[in-house]
Design a protein around this ligand. Sequence first.
Ligand code: NIG
Ligand code: FE
Length: 413
Amino acid sequence: MKVDLFFKNARQLISPVAQTGGIGELQIIENAGIGCFQGKITAVGPTEKLQQEIELIPDANVIDVSNKLIAPAFVDPHTHPVFWGTRENEFVMRIEGKSYREIAEAGGGIRYSVRQLRKASEEQLIEASLPHLNHFLKSGTTTIEAKSGYGLTFEDELKSLRVLKKLNQIHPIEIIPTFLGAHEIPDEYRNNRRQYIDLLINEMIPQVTEEKLAEFCDVFCEEHVFTVDESREILTAAKDAGLELKIHADQLTAGGGSELAAELGAISADHLDHASRSAMELLKQHGVIPVLLPGAVFYLGLSRYAPAREMIELGLPVALATDFNPGSCMTQSMPIILTIACIYMKLLPHEALIAATLNAARAINRDQSIGSLEVGKDADFVILNIPNINYLPYHFGVNHVDKVVKKGALVIG
Ligand code: NIG
Ligand code: FE
């Protein structure tokens, strides 16, 4: 097989095994190498074996990664990266004792970010988002799902989605867009929620699909935000328009979001900190991927994490994401999320890695092309300066990413 980019002599190559059920299995190859050609993986295995088999093209790039690990790049299946202005004041308010919900009800939270984003132009938002994307890439993430949801008018939601489209064209990170017009009821509709829901269904969703600006539609289904019935109505309209579904479910209360995800055949149900046993069983029955966001629990200073072990015992393919956003989780680092997931949800490091790669890819319908290192898949991987997978969440808060490859291009290192 032809190779134009070859990494050799890695201490280990680690990758989820494709097509296993449940959380999945991690495969480890010692003294490993990986070869790519025109953006795809063409060879994976022990270095010595590969050296005999591969056909290096003239001018091929050969890189020695002795003592390092090769792993799939992280896939982050839940982020909110398009916003204008930050909310460190709320971070301080929470330290002083206010809750996330109290801040939201006083007009802060998502609604604050909405008022800010409406003031920004498309160009300004692109400019502001680029450094955020750079942080993702430097932390080893090469694909993100990204939501709108800080505009909440026809124009501002479309503006956010156009920003994502443009960012996807100009930055190495691959961005999978989600329409989250139902992130909150905006200030001007607080006394007329019905009218906002009509606007979502009759105007925004048709335009989003007409311009092909999103692949998924998401709703923040929560007691003080969108009710289960409202969420059902919005998501059904989105499904009819051809979008796949995601739900912010059972984050702050057990609000029926998981049951709705199962009922509608959503691809994922996200957060799930308060998911009940019966809700988890429904997710399993209906093939809904649980996307867990322990970074938001940690960052909001809450103590109830999603019951990840129970989900794994039930055979659910648990996925992890950052939830990167200016309010409830201001980090792009999947490695930090792995540390939090291991400590507070008792994921083993190898399970956390699978959750952050192949299972994360499943949550955005990309498991055929990314999330594991196999011949034929995209050459999306990272070189980590660590001795084994357990070391990654163990030595936290520093960046172990030495190199990043996206579709066969060396984008970091
Ligand atoms: O996923 N849960 C709803 N939305 C975000 C928070 C967004 C914000 O606070 O700005 C989340 O946690
Ligand atoms: Fe979120």
